[in-house]
Each structure stands twice: as structure tokens, then as C-alpha cells.
Design a protein around this ligand. Sequence first.
Ligand code: ADP
Length: 372
Amino acid sequence: MVGGGQLARMTHEAGIPLGIRFKLLSDTPQDSAAQVVSDVVIGDYRDLDTLRAFARGCDVITFDHEHVPTEHLRALEADGIPVRPGPDALVHAQDKGVMRAKLDEIGAPCPRHRLVADPADVSRFAAEGEGYPVILKTVRGGYDGKGVWFVRSESDAADAFKAGVDVLAEEKVDFVWELAANVVRSPHGQAVAYPVVESVQVDGVCDTVIAPAPDLAEELAGEAQQLALRIADELGVVGHLAVELFETRDGRILVNELAMRPHNSGHWTQDGAITSQFANHVRAVLDLPLGDPRPRSTWTVMCNVLGGDYPDMYYAYLHCMARDPQLKIHMYGKDVKPGRKVGHVNTYGDDLADVRERARHAADYLRGTITE
Ligand code: ADP
């Protein structure tokens, strides 16, 4: 796996019971996955020679992020190394312009959008629709809300053009909630769909995920799963695909973005589904039959644990574990920095209000924002 973040750490964990030898290319030995994987190469994935040397001896390559340059992936394929997902699929998760063009082509519903050249063009885009506000996104390199601007006027738009990357304008969707339809597809074309989840974002960062999405009409949930399966198929995705969605006030589903790797909106599956997203990603990448994606309990809630003011979060285990013996804690071994994702918790049960409260409480207590 290329990339040493928490997604690699948890994918490695899912491969252990299958006896899979997991090799990692990581930026530094301190990275979340590099701390726990025994076969680690430290190096820069942007350097083709490093990537080639790493890939030699691997049966298959997969990723914990989308940043490996497309041409490098093509070079690995030319060397005869299976790359999953392959470059033709992955480019849709790397470049929001390419993604929107493809989704238009296959008739997947998207917010109104087009590439824009400069701030004056943003005003023209606004005038073609409902006017400002408009959302601007750099087509490459954004994550966790970085590379996304809420723009209220032409003068606001200047920042988005500073990075020198193409800029995509989108109508600001008046959504009721954000959803994620997660599916896994194998090279064979076998695919499974997880229940559609609600993803609650705070300041552009995923905060809470509720599985299944509590107020989503059954018909719309089915539509979202079908849409995600169709996108996975049309784009030739191998592995986990997260389709981030908006539900609009008039009951439509629109695609926000795609991620082709295990995804934060699927962390609940570690404790809440028969087969986790990580286990199914491993199976798909190795072209093994996929595992059952169905939930184990009525409700599962995941809350991210963000870094707070205390560098040592382990002191909080005593309280959290004693208060809630069913709580599942997943920490990533990262240094605690304020606002950084350092772990998550999962809770499950039959009473949604209780399940939510327990996850919220544990995440806040671990962060140190509450003390009882
Ligand atoms: P990132 O690549 O950082 O995850 P996203 O495209 O997912 O960027 O945008 C981050 C957040 O910004 C979304 O989760 C959503 O809350 C908001 N957002 C993005 N696009 C739109 C849009 N067209 N209309 C309204 N809100 C949006």
C-alpha cells in the first residue's frame, strides 16, 4: 500500500487474519501505519524510481490516498504490476474536473458546475444560475475542506486562483444532509453496497457518521446504492469507492465527490458491519470473493476524535472504558495536534439517541473538551 496514514494502518490490520504480507511505502517512520507494519520502505511516492523499487516484488499495489501521479501509475502498469484501483479509474478521484465530466457523461446527478477561468468568469457562472454564493474548488490537491471556497462575490473569488490549479465552480447546494454511499468492487466485477450513511461535517471535516442514515427514505437509499454501484462499474473501480452525496430539500440526490480507497464515512463498518470496508478493500484488491456488507446492529455511530490541548489522550481510556464497556476505540498513534484527526470511536445498539450520545461523549472526553 502506498501511503502511511491511518487508512493504511487499518487496512493492514484487516489483512492480518488472512495472513497477507503487507508492504508499505511511507513518507516517514513516524506515520500512522509505518509504526505498525514490519515491511516498510520510507520514500517519496512522487518519485518514480522510488515507487518502482517499492513495487518490485509486490503482487498488487493499492493506496491510502489519491495523490500518486497518474503517469507514475501507468508506468507501474507498464512494468506489469497490477495497480488497484487502476489509473483510469483513480483519475476521477484525483481530479474534480475529470470526475464531473465523467459523471455528466454517464448521467449521474451533480450540482450545476463548470470550470472557470478567473473571478469575472465566476460572476458569469453565478449569473447563469441563481447568482452568488458559489462554491469554488481546486480540481486537484484538496482534502478536508482545503481547496474549497464559499464565495459571495467576485472579489472573494481571487484566492481560489492563487494555487495555479484549474478551478471548478459549483452551485451552492441547499442540502438537507450529506450522505455517503459506499461500495466495494472486485476486478471480477463482483460488488457489494453498504447501507447509505449520514455524514455530519463540522468546518469541512467529517465529525459524525450514522449508519444507516436515519431520516433517508428507503427508496432514495436504494437509489443512492444503485448510483454508487453504477459509478463503480462505469469507472472500472477496484476496491472501496465512497460516493459522497447531498440530499436536496426537494428530495434529490446529487454527487459531491468520489474517493477510491477506504473512507472516513466507512469507519463504522469495523464494528458495525459483518465485513469491514478495510477487509473488503483487501479482498477486492486481491480479487477474492467479497464479504457480507450488512450491518450487525440497528444503529452504528462513528465520531472522529480530533486532537485537543492534551498531548496524552490515554489517560482518558480509564473513564471512557469504564463508562461504556461496549465502546470501540480506534486510535491512530499520531501525535496530538489541535484539530488533527487522531482516532475515532464506534458505538452501536437499538436506541439511536443513546448510541449517538455515547459516541459523542467518548470523542469529546478523549479530546479533553469535557471532563465528566
Ligand atoms: P474535500 O475534497 O475537501 O473533501 P468537498 O468537495 O467534499 O471537499 O467539500 C467539502 C465540504 O464543502 C462538503 O462536505 C460540503 O459540506 C461543502 N460543499 C462542497 N461542495 C458543495 C456544494 N456544491 N454546495 C454546498 N456545499 C458544498
